[in-house]
Design a binder for this molecule. Structure first.
Ligand code: SF4
Ligand code: SF4
Length: 560
């Protein structure tokens, strides 16, 4: 491979790469604001100027192709002088309002002020005043004074979202960005401009002023909004999800998330009105009124569940799996049906929305784990399933995290069912008919796996605590620290729901019915299920790693 030398270190590069790409691949940091690996090169911020032997002037590393034998200096006197000058220029009109800026703590301009600036300003004129709160669209607020005109947001709209809604207007120090006349920044991917803005000029209207970033904990996880399974980072404070951001995975979602995924997948976790807060029991079995569902404790709910389960024969019970739940939960349900009833009467309900899918990220399949169910050999419902359900032969349903009112003819089915147990997180269309509701932890509260549309198994990680975790973790919770080294207060503050992971509830019921499921945690469930599926033999959570693994692929051992 051809080589260049950066600050005395030889670095290999592939033909066509620029200096900044070769450097970043080799783990060498070259300062940059406008360069973004997912978009075209603009070359306008000039902070990546480097000195190259035999070239009379400094060159921008983002737009200069690497060539064999090139010798580059990123820390020479000339380069440092240029970096100081660019920073001085960028800060001349910057309001320096870090104490009230959402970006503070994760701002490139703030970080580079320490790394590449001289620490004082020679400018003692009045700064330019511009508009501070410009609503560019329903989700993004713009602070004109903070903008450094890097053009990342404009390029994102043009090149990635394919919605050219932003442009520069004016010139010189009056330059700013605006939407085109009559347009808003309103496209399915608009909120990505918030993270790619290297300063605090573009902020989320949802998240604005809710928290300083150092007060939050961050967990690498997945979006459950559709079959793509975009990789995300969940920001939590006081056990409440405040922010979802994209996590780079070039094989799944590149650097992006859709707005729907960020905004709609947190309600099912945070919203106390929607959540099932405790196990519930229908007192009067002859009435289907919602009001007669009362809160009970777990022991009572489990013992009542068993009395229903024992009442019906194998041929009278059907199990409803969930494409919204993890592989682990669905495996436990399938095992429960098989080991306790010898039953294969298990199906799931797909959710396809052709209007949702696009050719960027969003998939029409709005479930995160339909391919996981296929791996487990669980099929979607068929006409035959509906016929059986409406025939009256099935007297009891055990439903994992779904709403059977989504099946055509559901009213008729609901009328034929004598008893039902629902393991769900939020109230749904069928919950007013259920005899027992067992609160199940949401995707944000569990460890587990989803299988996306590419058959890539990916990890979900627990970011929000439940009462169950608090009980189990006990003293240990007090010593948990977040990435800034501060007390991670999701473990000690905020509302915690009395929910349990789906597989754990099934294990509890199975145990009370005399069957011992040996797994003790979600990884043990995963290992057991992998042993039962040839394509997954030998996988564990470590082999799934940070970026997932395609079924059948040889596990790569990757440090977490
Ligand atoms: S708003 Fe942010 S991303 Fe857009 S040009 Fe200004 S600094 Fe760059
Ligand atoms: S494309 Fe799908 S998985 Fe990705 S953020 Fe949107 S809803 Fe979530």
């Amino acid at each position: 491979m051809p080589k260049i030398t950066i600050d005395g270190r030889e670095v290999e590069f592939t033909k066509g790469q620029t200096i900044i790409q070769a450097a970043l691949n080799a783990g060498i940091e070259i300062a940059h604001f406008c360069y973004h690996p997912g978009m075209s090169v603009a070359g306008n911020c000039r902070i990546c100027l480097v000195q190259i032997e035999n070239m009379p002037k400094l060159q921008i590393a983002c737009a200069t192709p690497a060539t064999e034998g090139m010798v580059i200096y990123t820390k020479s006197e000339k380069t440092i002088h240029a970096q100081n000058a660019v920073m001085e220029f960028l800060l001349i009109n910057h309001p320096l309002d870090c104490p009230i800026c959402d970006e503070a703590g994760e701002c490139k301009l703030q970080d580079y002020s320490y790394q590449y600036s001289v620490g004082y300003s020679r400018f003692d004129e009045l700064k330019n005043e511009k508009d501070k709160r410009v609503a560019l669209g329903p989700n993004v607020m713009f602070d004109q004074e903070r903008c450094i005109s890097c053009s990342r947001c404009i390029r994102f709209c043009d090149e990635i979202a394919k919605s050219p809604q932003l442009t520069f207007v004016q010139r010189g120090d009056h330059v700013t960005i605006e939407t085109f006349p009559g347009e808003e920044l309103d496209n399915p991917y608009s909120m990505n401009v918030i993270e790619i803005c290297p300063v605090g000029a573009l902020t989320s209207r949802e998240f604005r002023f809710k928290s300083r970033v150092w007060e939050m904990s961050f967990t690498d996880t997945l979006c459950p909004g559709c079959a793509r399974g975009c990789n995300s980072i969940m920001g939590v404070r006081n056990n409440n999800i405040l922010r979802i951001e994209p996590r780079e995975n070039l094989k799944v979602n590149d650097y992006w998330l859709c707005d729907w995924g960020r905004l709609n997948t947190t309600k099912m976790v945070n919203d106390e009105e929607l959540r099932i807060t405790s196990p519930m029991l229908r007192l009067d079995e002859s009435s289907l009124e919602k009001e007669v569902l009362i809160d009970v404790n777990w022991d009572e709910a489990i013992s009542k569940s068993i009395s229903y389960l024992k009442k019906y024969e194998r041929s009278e019970i059907m199990f409803v799996a969930s494409p919204f739940s993890t592989l682990e939960d669905n495996f436990a349900l399938k095992k429960f049906a098989k080991e306790i009833y010898g039953s294969d009467s298990i199906f799931y309900i797909p959710l396809i929305d052709e209007n949702f899918g696009d050719d960027i990220l969003r998939k029409s399949d709005k479930t995160p784990n339909a391919n996981g169910l296929k791996l487990l050999g669980i099929k979607p419902y068929s006409n035959e399933t509906i016929n059986i359900l409406t025939s009256g032969k099935i007297k009891m349903l055990y439903i994992l995290n779904d709403d059977i009112m989504r099946i055509p003819g559901a009213d008729q089915i609901a009328g034929k069912i004598e008893a039902s147990i629902q393991q769900i997180s939020i109230h749904n269309g069928y919950s007013s008919f259920a005899n027992i509701i067992l609160p199940t932890s949401t995707y944000a509260e569990v460890n587990g796996t989803f299988v996306n549309f590419q058959n890539r198994i990916q990890r979900l990680k627990s970011a929000v605590a439940t009462l169950e975790e608090e009980r189990l973790i006990g003293e240990f919770s007090m010593s948990r620290l977040d990435k800034f080294g501060a007390q991670n207060d999701r473990w000690t503050h905020g509302t915690k729901f009395n929910s349990r992971p789906g597989w754990k509830i099934l294990k509890l019921i199975a145990k009370a019915m005399g069957h011992n499921f040996e797994f003790e945690n979600s990884e043990e469930v995963f290992i057991e299920l992998c042993l039962s599926i040839p394509e997954l033999n030998g996988y564990d959570y470590e082999s799934v790693g940070k970026q997932g693994i395609v079924t059948g692929e040889k596990p790569l051992v990757e440090a977490e």
